[in-house]
Design a protein around this ligand. Structure first.
Ligand code: ZN
Length: 441
């Protein structure tokens, strides 16, 4: 069963990517191993010969490109994207506090996290630290403690008998992880703790002080197959590292090389407005440098299709009424095309039809989702990218349960399905039955 080995590798990728920084680092390693050449943004760009390239920004977003000897202005680009970030708990700048002999680390809530599942988890800590050496030079390194170092214990039911009826969570006071038991009332130096971790991971560098950090707590329990017949996978950050992995593998495994582009954006969970987010200039600036002539760029984009891949809501058997009766995606029944009349998803009848045909060719089932009218619809990078660069977009994603929990769930076949549909996309050459690449009717 080929989906088992694909999904096993997916779980391994997710386990090694506790933060957006680590995800981009892993993707960069995968691409470099397969011959992709990294281009630096601070250097001037010469016209790129046919080949495979990638560009990183802020260590947390990445664009991968494959180019043929045909001009993208004539062929269009097979474009697709996903996001690298996931909701979570980010360490505050000065996090330490001692409370009744416990050392606790204060956190900010990043994105729209489902908070209750964060209690009673064995939490580890990872992210990026910036440091200075004895000569004053500044560097940044990714760190990952890998083992559990913190926990947010629940309050015992005996101390709150009403907890199962009406519990609310105060983000400032209820969610502070405990990381240590103190014998004296003197705060340990976070700088020393981080320097020790740097020394463990990077014996060759000699930082003298950690000047700042972007660190996130994460669940140290790795993702896993679940179910009597391994029908499911459960783990952190399935939204949206599953899509990042499927996209990159599909681009790498395409049967023929096409003019293609994959963008992995940070900061989707906070609205995408940043230098690395979909509402920022990253993609636009790469397109400008790839095609400096505005006419080339406009021709290319009007011949291109962008597949925005982000997890969708599968129907939950205990809460089936939360779905529209005709739009209840099931796990292991293929990727979901997401529709929204108010442009929270950018799918059109044209783009949806193209994606359906890709799925048909790849022998992949496909489903549809629209939100109930009496519930607010989420969104993703698809409509934002459409708004920023004017490309036609289809929003799709694997059906999942427990979205934004610290442990989410999807079908164990669905990553494989979306990978195969995307592989078909990146493999299809020429004008391929009309689009992408054709003159508009
Ligand atoms: Zn998402």
């Amino acid at each position: 069963m080929p989906h088992i080995s694909f999904t096993t590798n997916l779980l391994d990728f997710i386990a090694r990517a506790p933060t957006a920084f680590h995800a981009v680092s892993s993707v960069s390693d995968i691409l470099a191993d397969r011959g992709f050449v990294e281009i630096q943004e601070p250097s001037p760009w010469k016209p790129l010969p046919p080949g495979a390239y990638f560009i990183r920004r802020n260590d947390s977003s990445l664009i991968a490109l494959t180019l043929t000897d045909e001009k993208p202005a004539l062929t269009g680009l097979r474009m697709a994207g996903a996001h690298t970030d996931s909701p979570g708990l980010k360490l505050k700048p000065i996090p330490g506090r001692i409370n009744h002999s416990y050392l606790q680390f204060g956190v900010e809530v990043y994105g729209g996290a489902l908070l209750a599942p964060w209690f009673d988890r064995d939490l580890s800590l990872a992210g990026r630290v910036t440091w200075q050496d004895q000569d004053g030079a500044i560097g940044s390194s990714l760190i990952d403690f890998r083992r559990p170092i913190g926990v947010i214990p629940s309050l015992a039911i005996h101390l709150d008998r009403e907890v199962n009826k009406n519990r609310s969570i105060n983000k400032q006071t209820d969610l502070v992880p405990i990381v240590m038991l103190m014998e004296e009332d003197r705060l340990p130096d976070l700088n020393v703790i981080l320097l020790e971790q740097l020394a463990r991971q990077y014996p060759a560098i000699r930082p003298s002080v950690v000047t700042d950090h972007e660190l996130f707590f994460y669940d140290s329990q790795p993702p896993a197959f679940v179910g009597l017949q391994n029908e499911f996978i459960a783990g952190s950050r399935l939204d949206n590292l599953l899509s990042c992995y499927a996209l990159i593998q599909a681009m790498l495994d395409s049967r023929t090389r096409q003019n293609s582009l994959v963008v992995l954006n940070d900061h989707e969970e906070t609205g995408s407005l940043s230098g690395t987010g979909a509402r920022g200039p990253f993609l636009q600036s790469v397109l400008e440098r790839l095609m400096p002539e505005i006419n080339d760029r406009r021709c290319c984009l009007s011949r291109s299709l962008f597949i925005s891949v982000d997890n969708a809501h599968g129907v939950h058997p205990n809460f089936a009424g939360k779905h529209d009766q005709n739009h209840r995606p099931l796990l292991n029944c293929g990727p979901v095309i997401k529709h929204n009349a108010n442009q929270h998803y950018a799918t059109t009848s044209r783009t949806a039809s193209y994606f359906r045909r890709l799925c048909q060719r790849a022998a992949v089932p496909v489903q549809d989702f629209v939100m109930r009218n009496d519930l607010a619809c989420g969104s993703t990078i698809g409509p934002i990218t459409a708004g920023e660069i004017g490309v036609e977009v289809v929003d799709v994603g694997v059906p999942s349960l427990a979205m934004h929990s610290i442990r989410e769930m999807t079908g164990s076949r669905d990553g494989w399905y979306v990978y195969n549909a995307l592989k078909e996309f990146f493999s299809s050459g020429g004008t391929d039955n009309g689009w992408p690449g054709s003159d508009r009717q």
